[in-house]
Design a protein around this ligand. Structure first.
Ligand SMILES: NC(=O)c1ccc[n+]([C@@H]2O[C@H](COP(=O)([O-])OP(=O)(O)OC[C@H]3O[C@@H](n4cnc5c(N)ncnc54)[C@H](O)[C@@H]3O)[C@@H](O)[C@H]2O)c1
Ligand SMILES: [Zn+2]
Length: 460
């Protein structure tokens, strides 16, 4: 009671594109009167039986939904059983004083006397603990929990207990990351760790040859877990190995770069490269858990942090909030939650997930025109965001301030050809992500406008 379930639940439902059911409101609609009146006229037990019926009906509906339970619902055994079977339950934690100050005077029948209120809270606490699959303080936390993304400083030390199941674990990382964080991960995995594997540092990890070597090195049963510790290259290739080995085993991502923590490790896209282009082979294979420990970024070189800030800036623009201004741990949590929500909404990248490509049509064209050398992805995204904002008729000062993008020396024709190959023009128009007042959308724009925006990013 007073934790904010109705408010947070509504926000989470909107962000995930799911129905929202507020059980208390449903009961009120059913009986045609406020709960306080129902309590007064028919007593608590009458209310509880309405609550049980409505809650179980909500839990039985076929599609996924966000359901705000009544504060006392967990006291009904049938509801607890239904929750265990049908729900991922998130406890919206609130201290008793805050709960009382929000609930008292609200007319709620069980929030009239402070001592009774606290005694009730105490009595229910054990039941909340019993049903909770995760705990949350706000909507971002709920989204992260729903996506299996655990964000907290110091979580590498707990990675053993954060890795679901009790099967064996194989650890994959690049030699550089293994040298910095490998020992801590090994200690944390303890006896579950059965083998340690290395993939090359950087994009060289994302090849068929590296996956083939992982396939042949792994000696795992179906219930085992592959744990990838490293940047986006390590998690991309390891996730793909996990998606294919024994037709798919569980995997856990422990991202160690900013790109990994806010982007690459989230959303279940795994991939390797082909000579013809990046990420051309892969699978959707959602990690059983993503363990994000922002403290691991302490050892990350500035240039890698800057690469990640390009994605953070993109995310902040999409979210309409200056996420880039937040301190690192909070910036990671909020950005990771934004991506998680979009991916839960559109896991197979058929709709809204495309918004994550803001600026990327231009970025990919510039990177390709540079032959993937000399122009980093982050630098190209900074430029791409400029182009996307200009085409959206929006100011670009934020991107200039945070990322200070510099025009690149690449061949204009080559960049344009790459963009068209990537995007396929339709009737002289190219579809790109733009940012409007109501948020992002995918829009068709005439080729000449796109080309002019691209040209502006290229130095003479
Ligand atoms: N799957 C997705 O949805 C998705 C999304 C975005 C990007 N990606 C992919 O991610 C890749 C880029 O990710 P990246 O930049 O993290 O790559 P990366 O794995 O190459 O890491 C970058 C470098 O940082 C080093 N490093 C990693 N963690 C460190 C730490 N804590 N301290 C010091 N050094 C550390 C690595 O050894 C490496 O040299 C690209 O291949 C891209 O395609 C995938
Ligand atoms: Zn990107």
């Amino acid at each position: 009671m007073g934790a904010g379930k109705s408010t947070v639940g509504q926000v989470v439902a909107e962000r995930l594109g799911r129905d929202f059911v507020d059980v208390d409101r449903e009961v009120e609609r059913d009986v045609g009167k406020p709960i306080a009146e129902l309590f007064q006229e028919r007593g608590e037990s009458e209310f509880r039986s309405h609550e049980e019926r409505k809650t179980i009906a909500a839990l039985q509906q076929p599609g996924p939904a966000v359901i705000a339970l009544g504060g006392g619902a967990v006291e009904t055994p049938a509801i607890r059983a239904a929750l265990r079977e049908r729900a991922f339950s998130v406890l919206l934690d609130v201290d008793p004083e805050t709960a009382w100050s929000r609930s008292s005077g609200s007319g709620r029948p069980l929030a009239r006397d402070e001592a009774d209120f606290h005694a009730l809270h105490e009595r229910r606490r054990a039941l909340y603990d019993e049903v909770a699959d995760a705990r949350a303080d706000d909507a971002d936390d709920v989204v992260l929990a729903a996506g299996g993304v655990h964000v907290r400083g110091g979580s590498l030390e707990l990675v053993g207990s954060l890795t679901p199941g009790d099967g064996r674990v194989a650890l994959v990382s690049d030699p550089h990351v293994a040298g910095i964080h490998g020992a801590d991960a090994q200690v944390a995995l303890g006896e579950r760790l059965v083998s340690v594997h290395e993939v090359p540092q950087g994009e060289e990890a994302k090849t068929v040859a590296v996956v083939a070597r992982l396939w042949s090195e792994l000696r795992l049963a179906r219930d085992a877990t592959l744990l990838a510790l490293g940047g986006g290259c390590t998690t991309d290739v390891s996730g793909f190995a996990a998606a294919t080995y024994l037709r798919g085993i569980d995997w856990v991502a422990v991202p160690t770069t900013l790109i990994g923590q806010v982007d690459a490790a989230i959303g279940g896209k795994t991939a390797i490269d082909l000579p013809a282009g990046k990420n051309l082979v892969g699978a959707f294979h959602w990690p059983a858990r993503v363990v994000v420990d922002p403290r691991l970024l302490d050892t990350l070189p500035d240039r890698e942090l800057k690469e990640g800030m390009a994605e953070v800036t993109k995310t902040g623009l999409l979210a309409g909030e200056p996420l880039w201004e937040l301190p690192l741990p909070e910036l990671v949590r909020r950005s990771a939650a934004f991506k998680t929500a979009l991916c839960l909404r559109d896991p197979y990248d058929r709709a809204e997930r495309a918004f994550l490509n803001l600026g990327h049509t231009f970025a990919h064209a510039l990177e390709a025109a540079a032959g993937y050398e000399g122009v980093t992805h982050g630098a190209a995204v900074g430029l791409g965001l400029l182009a996307a904002l200009r085409l959206s008729g929006r100011p670009t000062d934020v991107v200039e301030e945070v990322l200070a993008p510099k025009r690149v020396h690449v061949d204009r024709e080559r960049a344009w050809v790459s963009l068209l190959r990537d995007k396929k023009s339709w009737a002289g128009e190219v579809r790109i992500v733009l940012l409007g007042d109501a948020g992002p959308s995918v829009e068709a724009r005439p080729e000449r406008e796109i080309r002019a925006a691209l040209d502006e990013l290229i130095a003479d």
